[in-house]
Design a protein around this ligand. Structure first.
Ligand code: COA
Length: 357
């Protein structure tokens, strides 16, 4: 309405009536929403109880089958038991798929930090968006630590800048552990070691933060800065690998946009891994060398921080080597056994109408 128009009481009443109608509709919609929400929560509980009860029953049936197999059976009975075994496995896989759209309980770590707040993401589009955000967060902080480490390499003797760098790392790794635990609750297959690695890295950065200035600190400082620079570069490389993997998995999930096949994905993945592995192993050797240098410094240093860092660098280096080798072995085994296909295509299979990504 033009402000210059004459406003009468009738105009006010007309406006109010119009507004009231909209309000009534809003109230109806909200009531419907509350009812549906209640229904959804009831159904969620029903499904969760149903899955738990089914799991119990399947376990019981498997126990019976085991006992039955110990008796003398004819061929038909053997075939029946085998079929039952297959059916049980199929059901178990199906339960896992069902659970993807049901709320999950927080683990101990998240319960301590966040309490009982629900962090379950109930559809694959939201899971994809959260994972994408996690990777973006990692790379953004990695670029910052890259620049900061490069600056620290040239600016020597500024203890507060060193402290800022270490404090940033404490915050970064701590945040990573929380985000990773949320990803795990939502079905991510991150190996436990990488989460542990980020816990231990938080401790490492914390110890470096309180390491008193002195001979040992100054003797290791440049090496520490160069290692941090290298690590940031590794994280950036990992980002490009993980980002490539994430987008290809999404393309695989969208059946109608099949511009990539499972075989194409596997070939791309191996190319990516072969490129990144030499850099990773160079980093692990660097970390073991850090441990060695710190150990020798610890023998002459009065500060416990030097020995603690030597131990933690050695622990991380060895854990990284063992886990990365295990990851490569697992990938080869799964590929040979043909176990990838349905997992990869289903990972981010979601309706593009669910979320316009
Ligand atoms: N940190 C966080 N998440 C990781 C991870 C890591 N280092 N390595 C793998 N993941 C995640 C993957 O994104 C995937 O998540 P999803 O289930 O939510 O999709 C899940 O773990 C399973 O991944 P997986 O198939 O085992 O490996 P990948 O093909 O994604 O990556 C490597 C393989 C070797 C490239 C990767 O494990 C890696 O970069 N490792 C080295 C990490 C490292 O050494 N860090 C310390 C020094 S920088």
């Amino acid at each position: 309405m033009d402000p210059s128009d004459e406003v009468t009481t009738q105009t006010c009443l007309d406006e109010w009536n119009d507004c009231e109608k909209e309000y009534m509709q809003l109230e109806t919609d909200h009531e419907l929403y509350k009812r549906k929400l209640e229904e959804m929560l009831t159904l969620q509980k029903k499904c969760l109880t149903g899955i738990a009860s089914q799991r119990k029953r399947l376990k019981k049936i498997q126990g019976y089958c085991k006992l039955a197999k110990q008796q003398s059976l004819d061929n038909q009975q053997k075939a029946e038991l085998k079929e039952l075994d297959e059916k049980t496995k199929t059901h178990k896989t199906h339960f896992r798929e069902m659970e993807e759209s049901l709320p999950h309980k927080n683990g101990i770590y998240l319960s301590i930090i966040l309490g009982q707040v629900n962090v379950s993401l109930l559809n694959k589009a939201d899971k994809f968006a959260y994972k994408e955000d996690y990777e973006k967060f990692k790379v953004t902080v990695s670029y910052i630590t890259l620049v900061l480490s490069a600056a620290l390499f040239f600016i020597n003797g500024s203890r507060w800048l060193d402290a800022l760098h270490n404090f940033l790392l404490v915050w970064y790794y701590c945040t990573l552990t929380i985000r990773e635990n949320i990803l795990v609750v939502n079905g991510s297959r991150i190996k436990g070691w990488w989460v542990t690695h980020h816990f231990v890295s938080t401790v490492c950065a914390g110890i470096a933060l309180i390491w008193p200035d002195g001979y040992s600190y100054q003797a290791f400082r440049t090496q520490h800065v160069v290692f941090s620079l290298y690590l940031s570069m590794l994280y950036v490389m990992q980002y490009f690998y993980q980002k490539g993997s994430l987008y290809r998995l999404r393309a695989l999930g969208k059946g109608h946009e099949m511009d990539i096949t499972v075989e194409g994905f596997m070939s791309w993945m191996w190319k990516g891994i072969s490129f990144i592995l030499p850099f990773l192993f160079a980093g692990y050797c660097f970390q073991l060398y850090n441990s060695y240098v710190l150990y020798h410094l610890a023998l002459k240093s009065p500060h416990w921080q030097v020995f603690a860092l030597s131990f933690l660098h050695g622990f991380l280096g060895m854990g990284n080597i063992a886990t990365t080798l295990a990851v490569v072995k697992q990938k080869i085994t799964e590929q040979v056994a043909g176990m990838y296909k349905s997992r990869l295509t289903n990972k981010y299979r979601f309706n593009s109408r669910t979320k316009n990504l």
